[in-house]
Design a protein around this ligand. Structure first.
Ligand SMILES: Nc1ncnc2c1ncn2[C@@H]1O[C@H](COS(=O)(=O)NC(=O)[C@@H](N)CO)[C@@H](O)[C@H]1O
Length: 420
């Protein structure tokens, strides 16, 4: 959400963001509603002031003057009874439109329509050359009885998964590795909920717009979050932090649930795209200063890259274009890991700087050293999400015998074993 004053004074920049982010919003209608609401609020406040002033005159008035003053008070009361609900209605309508205003992408964000227009920045690691016919992750897991692809259909329907034996241990090892890695970087580990209230999804910016991606609990005002970003972002909602408390950074592990509406037919086989998965999330609240938050952007990116280097997974970093970055971001990179069976890189991480757009929606503020109130900047990046990361992991680390090598950095989390 952007500051209404900023929108009034920078309508062209906002209009450009609406256009390049392909957000369906009529800014002129919003600005007109803003003008009408402002005028109405001034009229209501004037009538309220006049009624209060008038009410003070009544007890001091002479018997001759009093009836007229009482009538005037009644007339003003009638007028307010009609105007106040109208004003509330217009303020609510304006608020609903303000929630749809996108953030302004930074100048060097490539303008584009979809992920086709994302820009590859660099590739890291060496794509493996096998001296045997490599298997895809489904064949690798089925050969070792490590997944219940058939049976789980009975339990949970399509796009679900269960892992058995060493694969279950490997999933936990990766998540544990990520939590310990980030704790070592000074992030506060958090075991987060996924059952959240609807306002938490408005706060992150998932709503309005992403309703069809979210499972909701019938007859309850509760939903299943698609990322720990949602519960963690709302943790400090409504709070006024002190600048000494910043930066606040969390390594949050949670289940994550997504309906994947609109993904019909995509990645229907295996572990890439499932309805329920697990993720360790990096989340930061920092000073409301772009120089600071862009440093944190690089830190969150570097954390994910260091983990991938330790896991010996080749990857590339891409910059998301305006059409693929979502409403709230000013800056966004994806990391994509090499998947041998597909002969291409697949997204495994998303790193975003949201400026103060998310904090404004969430109602997180902080006082600077002079006691002045500001909105902080918030950022997030995936640390490790499973089972998706298992796909490049098992395929890249497979041996001719269908075993999986465990990189050195992960062995402490796998009982010291060098392969499974
Ligand atoms: N349906 C899914 N199944 C499996 N993994 C998924 C699914 N959706 C997302 N992920 C994993 O979660 C990562 C982050 O998802 S994201 O929507 O891109 N970004 C976020 O959720 C941000 N909060 C950063 O984590 C993805 O890169 C991917 O690795």
């Amino acid at each position: 959400m952007l500051d209404l004053k900023f929108i009034r004074e920078n309508a062209d920049a906002v209009r450009h963001a609406i256009e390049v982010k392909r957000v369906g919003l009529d800014l002129d209608a919003l600005l007109e509603l803003d003008r009408v609401t402002l005028a109405l609020r001034q009229r209501v406040e004037a009538a309220q002031a006049e009624r209060n002033a008038n009410a003070k005159l009544v007890p001091k008035a002479s018997p001759e003057e009093r009836p007229a003053l009482i009538q005037k008070g009644k007339d003003l009361g009638e007028e307010l009874k009609a105007l106040e609900p109208e004003l509330r209605e217009k303020q609510e309508a304006l608020q609903a439109l303000l929630l749809r205003v996108p953030n302004i992408p930074l100048a060097d964000v490539p303008v584009g329509v979809s992920d086709e227009d994302n820009v590859e920045l660099r590739r890291e690691g060496t794509v493996p050359q096998f001296d045997f016919e490599p298997k895809d992750h489904v064949a690798l897991l089925e050969a070792r009885g490590w997944a219940e692809f058939e049976r789980v259909g009975k339990v949970s329907g399509s796009r679900s998964y269960m892992l058995r034996g060493d694969m279950a241990l490997l999933e936990m090892a990766l998540l544990n590795f990520a939590m310990n890695f980030l704790a070592g970087k000074g992030f506060t580990p958090l075991s987060a909920s996924a059952l959240v209230r609807p306002e938490t999804l408005v706060a992150t910016g998932h709503f309005p717009g992403g309703e069809d991606q979210v499972y909701r609990i019938e007859d309850e005002a509760l939903m299943l979050a698609g990322t720990a970003e949602v519960p963690v972002n709302y943790l400090h909602s409504g709070e006024i932090l002190s600048v000494e408390q910043l930066p606040i950074n969390y390594a949050a592990i949670s289940a994550a649930f997504r309906s994947e509406a609109g993904s019909a037919g995509r990645d229907v086989r295996g572990l890439i795209r499932v309805h329920e998965f697990k993720k360790v999330e990096q989340y930061v609240i920092c000073a409301g200063d772009l120089a600071v938050s862009q440093q944190w952007f690089q830190i969150l990116l570097a954390n994910a890259e260091e983990m991938l280097r330790l896991l010996e997974l080749p990857y590339r970093v891409i910059q998301n274009c305006t059409g693929d970055m979502g409403a709230g971001k000013v800056y966004m990179y994806d990391i994509e890991c090499w998947v041998p069976s597909e002969g291409r890189y697949r997204e495994t991480h998303s790193c975003s700087n949201l400026g103060d757009w998310q904090a404004r929606r969430t109602g997180i503020r902080y006082r600077d050293a002079e006691g002045k109130l500001h909105y902080p900047h918030t950022l997030n990046n995936t640390a490790i999400a499973t089972p998706r990361l298992l796909v490049p992991f098992v395929e890249v680390h497979q041996t001719a015998e269908g075993r999986i090598r465990i990189p050195e950095a992960l062995r402490p989390y796998m009982g010291g074993r060098t392969e499974i």
